[in-house]
Ligand binder design. Structure first.
Ligand code: CA
Length: 234
């Protein structure tokens, strides 16, 4: 579950978005204008924002710039009018992570939001998370803010890619993470080259398994689908 903020002045669309995203299992708050949005952004923690650029008083673009200054890591998906190609380009230049053109399909919005939140890494928790299985091995603890992972009291040495992979698996523990999800996350890593042979992923999975061996946690290969961090030994 992610915590989302919807900023949209069209009441019908706002209510529709909220209802759909709540149904999809997210925790959702909404603002009808930029000032209300600023108040919420200053007092609440969100994993992602859906921002309509056509807002009264404070424009969506100004709000986007404000967000980028205050909360540089907060993922923002902008909604623009069909003919607003300039808006779209300006929005991306101003730091939006993705955009959708109105009218849009709700399934597409959900898919884009999901991808955006995955790219942002560790969307589901803002602090630290501990995973342990029932066999008394050393628990794995990850802290998104440091960022650092530990096995028991021992800090794990991870490369940037290993950390991104581990974060993704931990965030989705008990669920399958697809190869595409991992490659997408890696590509969004600053300073990492984009293209990567997909068999490199096996190499990283193998390394991570070795580093996690004392945790009792297992990274299972789900044939044809991807990988899953199992929190209970099979
Ligand atoms: Ca609007």
């Amino acid at each position: 579950m992610s915590s989302l903020l919807i900023i949209e002045d069209d009441e019908l669309l706002r209510d529709g978005l909220c209802a759909q995203l709540v149904q999809a299992g997210h925790s959702v708050m909404a603002a009808a204008d930029g000032e209300a949005a600023q108040t919420l952004l200053e007092t609440q923690r969100f994993d992602g924002v859906v921002l309509d650029l056509g807002l009264p008083r404070i424009s969506g673009m100004d709000l986007l710039r404000w967000v980028r200054k205050r909360l540089p890591a907060l993922p923002v998906l902008i909604l623009t009018a069909r003919d607003g190609i300039d808006d779209r380009v300006q929005g991306l230049n101003a730091g939006a992570d993705d955009y959708l053109t109105k009218p849009f399909d709700m399934a597409e919005l959900q898919a884009r939001l999901g991808a955006m939140l995955r790219r942002a890494r560790l969307p589901a928790f803002g602090g630290s998370l501990e995973l342990a299985n029932s066999h008394g091995e050393r628990p794995l603890r990850v802290d998104a803010h440091v960022p650092q992972a530990w096995l028991g009291d021992e800090a794990l040495e991870l490369t940037q890619r290993e950390w991104a992979l581990l974060s993704l698996l931990v965030t989705h523990a008990g669920r399958v993470v697809s190869r595409e999800d991992v490659l997408e996350t890696w590509q969004s890593e600053p300073g990492e080259p984009g293209a990567l042979a997909s068999n490199a992923l096996e190499v990283y999975i193998h390394r991570l398994r070795r580093k996690l061996v004392d945790s009792g946690l297992n990274i299972r290969n789900v044939r044809g689908l991807g990988y899953m961090l199992e929190t209970h030994a099979a």
